[in-house]
Design a protein around this ligand. Structure first.
Ligand code: NAD
Length: 331
């Protein structure tokens, strides 16, 4: 395939680029480098065709999709910090940007994989959320929910393009993806805690730390994206992709301390202080991945301890300490 990855200089997109190149495919990356970087693409830099531009720009999309048969749409304003600090810009990227991508994919008659998010389920705390479960969102005026609102509409737009125009569109909802190259700058919990532990600073937990999450290794996610876009039975459907090991954030911090050998303290920061008054979070979020397992044999194989160790190795590498390369994540 000749695949365009929007957001290909980001955390997940760059791992996807490495994986596609390793399979012998051609890769084009479109990125505006708002949160992505060429460092993420260090191993792929010579092999990918780079288009520096925005998914909001039709001409950039035209250029980037030329000759492509597949589009992986990952570009988005990501992370609670980004969404809360820059709500309007985030909404534009996450909503209008996706419309531009879908229109370009339709014009070029490519297949398209839309990377949505488990955030679409909002505050639904059901055990093992499946793809048909209800969405429980807070007020649209709480900017925290704008990401979930936009991703939900993105899914609907992709679905309608499939139904009305026959676009080969697949939707995936990843649950808390973790791995080397992920930045803690935008509110992602694992790289943040690992970075604090390695620096000997206190580990900051938002709220009381009883909120429960389930993490998925980027190395388990990426092959599933490729398998799903290649399977016509996936068109017009949504798939949860996530791990199976649920932990509280408090327990996550303890594991980070154990695995990094850090003696840092753990401190609790009220949500209001971290993200402003009225901030809402969800108590738990756990996926049912039966649908993806049945169609493509998806399984989350990497343990949480392995994920933490890989993030720590990656961050030590950036600090100039002996570290892994992250290549062990590319299966
Ligand atoms: P990331 O911030 O590392 O990657 C996003 C990339 O998109 C960056 O390279 C950024 O520069 C680029 N980008 C942003 N706006 C753009 C625009 N207007 N035009 C062109 N490029 C633009 O984040 P990530 O974690 O790799 O996320 C990738 C995708 O996966 C996103 O769609 C995100 O919503 C989704 N997702 C991520 C997670 C997770 O846990 N990381 C979970 C669920 C869904």
């Amino acid at each position: 395939m000749r695949a365009l990855i929007t957001g290909g200089a980001g955390f997940i997109g760059s791992h996807l680029a490495d994986h596609l190149l390793a399979l012998g495919h051609e890769v084009v990356v479109l990125d505006d480098f708002s949160t992505g970087s060429m460092t993420n693409l260090a191993r792929a830099a010579d092999a990918v065709t780079m288009v520096r531009g925005s998914i909001l720009d039709q001409a950039d999309m035209e250029r980037a999709t030329e000759g492509c048969d597949t589009v992986f749409h990952l570009a988005a304003a990501v992370g609670v910090r980004t969404i809360v600090d820059r709500p309007l810009e985030s909404l534009r990227s996450n909503l209008l940007g996706t419309e531009t991508v879908l229109r370009a994919a339709r014009r070029r008659a490519t297949r398209l994989l839309l990377v949505s998010s488990s955030e679409v389920y909002g505050k639904n705390t059901k055990d093992r959320l499946d793809e048909d479960d209800d969405r429980v969102l807070g007020s649209p005026l709480k900017s925290r929910w704008s990401y979930a609102a936009a991703k939900g509409l993105d899914e609907l737009m992709a679905y309608c393009h499939w139904r009305e125009h026959g676009l080969g569109a697949v939707i995936v909802r990843p649950f808390n993806v973790v791995g080397p190259r992920q930045s803690g700058h935008h509110g992602m919990v694992v790289p943040t805690l690992v970075g604090q532990a390695l620096a000997g600073r206190p580990l900051t937990i938002h709220g009381d730390g009883t909120q429960r999450r389930c993490f998925c290794a980027v190395g388990d996610l990426v092959p599933a994206l490729v398998a799903l876009v290649a399977d016509t039975r996936a068109y017009g459907r949504a798939f949860n992709l996530g791990g199976s090991e649920e932990v509280s954030v408090r327990e996550l911090a303890d594991r980070v301390l154990r695995i990094t050998g850090s003696h840092s303290d753990v401190v609790h920061v009220p949500y209001e202080r971290a993200y402003g008054s009225g901030f809402e979070d969800m108590a738990r979020r756990m996926p049912d991945t039966t649908r993806a397992r049945q169609l493509i044999g998806f399984r989350s194989r990497t343990s949480l301890d392995q994920m933490i160790a890989a993030v720590a190795a990656d961050q030590r590498g950036r600090l100039g300490e002996p570290a892994g390369t992250g290549s062990e994540w590319l299966r």
